[in-house]
Design a protein around this ligand. Structure first.
Ligand SMILES: Cc1ncc(C[n+]2csc(CCOP(=O)(O)OP(=O)(O)O)c2C)c(N)n1
Length: 316
């Protein structure tokens, strides 16, 4: 069982991620931000619980879904908004939006715009860590859709052969845009594919932070001991659309899915355990909103990027 202070911390961060994302969606609707966010609502508890099982400087390659990876590591809210808004002060100088937040001091190494690209990048990082920094592990989050790309096979095979310190976390939310997993994928569990690489594969419930943390802690112990990679499949819930303005007209459960919200379940649990009461959660939410207000104000006051910066920091 997760200790109480850790559980409270996971809840607080997931609550902040939910509020922050809601504000990004509002700012998008108002036209201040471009419509580039893939909401992570429903997946935050698992994402934050997974990162709670690792060390702060273990590198993270994240999936495009949501902001909770960065919230878990303490990335500046205003920097993330500036990245989206194309204003000064962002982590990628407004050149990569929310999908390419890179916050190296907090171990955030970004995402590949090419779906599944991060899988092979993580193998290179695993090889580098093994040589230069033994004992550290790289974790890569990706979706069920990405697991059907060839890079998944290449990456897991080589990571397994080389016994690299990599943790592969598939957040299976049942959808790749509007395509249900059942239509694209023949196996029942993505984790079943681990057998094909001779590595452990486990399935965990994304609404169960204890199970997520335990699975990631076990994978990290193996990886740090030189025993190689693991594949963890989180059965996740995508509460919102593929992107912020997705009408979800393909989705029969769009109206009822909120009943399966892992954050609401964790809220009930922290109250039942006596870790927080309703008034404290309200106060926490108000403090988060005030923190977000400050970040938004700072970005609105920041200048747009200079046109002469458009071609700096680019490889080609
Ligand atoms: C090579 C490539 N093909 C298609 C896309 C467009 N695309 C972005 S996200 C996505 C769906 C991804 O589904 P999944 O991996 O299950 O992650 P989820 O969005 O459900 O979190 C697609 C098709 C892309 N970015 N790269």
């Amino acid at each position: 069982m997760i200790q109480n202070d850790r559980l409270r911390d996971i809840f607080a961060k997931a609550l902040l991620a939910r509020s922050f994302e809601a504000r990004l969606i509002k700012l998008t609707a108002e036209g201040f931000l471009p419509p580039l966010l893939h909401p992570g609502a429903g997946q935050e508890v698992a994402q934050i619980a997974a990162l709670s099982a690792l060390k702060r400087d273990d590198p993270v390659l994240y999936s495009h879904r949501g902001v909770a990876y960065m919230i878990a590591r303490g990335t500046s809210l205003s920097a993330m908004i500036a990245d989206m808004a194309g204003r000064a002060g962002g982590t990628n100088n407004g050149k990569g939006g929310i999908m390419h937040v890179v916050d190296l001091p907090n171990g955030i190494y970004g995402e590949s715009g090419t779906l599944g690209g991060g899988l092979v990048v993580s193998v290179g990082m695993g090889m580098a860590l093994r040589r230069r920094d033994p004992g550290r592990v790289v974790v890569h989050f990706f979706g069920d859709g990405a697991s059907n790309r060839g890079t998944f096979h290449e990456a897991l095979n080589w990571a397994a052969v080389q016994k690299l310190p990599c943790i592969y976390i598939c957040e299976n939310n049942g959808w790749a845009v509007s395509v249900p997993t059942s239509v694209s994928t023949a196996v029942e569990n993505i984790a079943d594919r681990a057998a094909g690489y001779g590595i452990p594969g486990v399935v965990v419930d994304g609404a169960d932070p204890d199970a997520v943390m335990a699975a990631v802690a076990n994978a990290a112990r193996r990886a740090r001991a030189g025993e190689g990679p693991s594949l963890i499949e989180i059965k996740a819930t995508r509460l919102l659309g593929h992107y912020a303005a997705d009408p979800q007209d393909y989705r029969a459960d769009a109206a009822s899915v909120a009943q399966r919200d892992p954050l609401a379940a964790l809220r009930r649990r922290v109250i039942e355990l006596g870790l927080l009461d309703e008034a404290e959660i309200e106060a926490m939410t108000a403090a988060h909103e005030a923190e977000i207000d400050l970040a938004v104000e700072a970005v609105k006051a920041a200048p747009p990027l200079d046109a002469d910066q458009a071609f700096t920091d680019l490889y080609a």
